[in-house]
Design a binder for this molecule. Sequence first.
Ligand SMILES: [Zn+2]
Ligand SMILES: [Zn+2]
Length: 342
Amino acid sequence: MTGIIGHEKLRQALRNIAGMQEPPHALLLAGPGRTGRTQLVLELATLFNCEASDMEQRPCDKCRACRLIAQGNHPDVLCIEPGDSFCRGGGGHQPHPNSRDIRICQVRGLIESVSRYPFEGRCRVMVIEPADRMGLEAANTLLKTLEEPPPATVIVLITAAPESLLETIRSRCRILNVTLVPSQTIADGLRERGFPAELAERAAVEARRRPADALAFAEQPDLMDDRGRLLERCSELAGSRTAERMSYAGDLAERWRRDRELVLTELEIWETFWESFLWQSAAEPEASSDALEGLRAVTEARRDLEAQVVARMALELMLLRFPTVRLADEVSSESSRNENER
Ligand SMILES: [Zn+2]
Ligand SMILES: [Zn+2]
């Protein structure tokens, strides 16, 4: 069974693209995280490269290409993410396995390996996720590749904040919107995968229409409590006054001294919070610019922390930059534009 829950229309669109004589050189998958975006791209890669001759039978899940892609080992499916994948190092270049952005050295490394090695499948798929973590230099390097795309290659950018990519990059991509998935579809999907009905319902509700979270919650129900509590806290702080925010920033800075991973995880929760806000308020320009400002503040705090700026300053600045907002309650958001699958 595929790992994807929901996204019927989008999967059909990807199937159509895979069947094209000349597929687009670049795709932009725009939509909130934890919805199965990466799985969708991998499915596209199997549709391109599966050895079954009839498109209707792809993916067959049995041939070499299907198996290698499922294992993450196919030589023509290349993914860069924050860290140092594809970074060649050398020449005084410090390794950066824990970096939280996508750097120019990685984009260069990716392009180099594409030009150096012949490919074995029908179509190479290069994935950049999350594309909004590319700095300006990295983005400009990628832009040059998009202007002269390598043959039989599809570059896929994945992002929750397409607005933050360079317009020159966006305009070269076929944009595909990834929507949130209705809770009922998620609950059905979990039941089909053998989870008990009650757990499936609860995980589907707690996951706020994100199937990847729902799967994680169904497998590890404890996660629901922690995450729910943290998101609740974000929501309170986003609506609170400066004094409360500063005291929270102080706590975070204190924790940074003891456990950096914990703080970085909490920054990721903040990102999820602002992303939710972005997708709930997509029709209201003021609210989406608030959400983008929130996302940018998180990105910059992360960069400052990496650059060894005093943690307290970096975190206070982040909290000060967060706009004051109130999340629409779940009831009204259930009818937002992301509910178009059913
Ligand atoms: Zn196959
Ligand atoms: Zn590097």
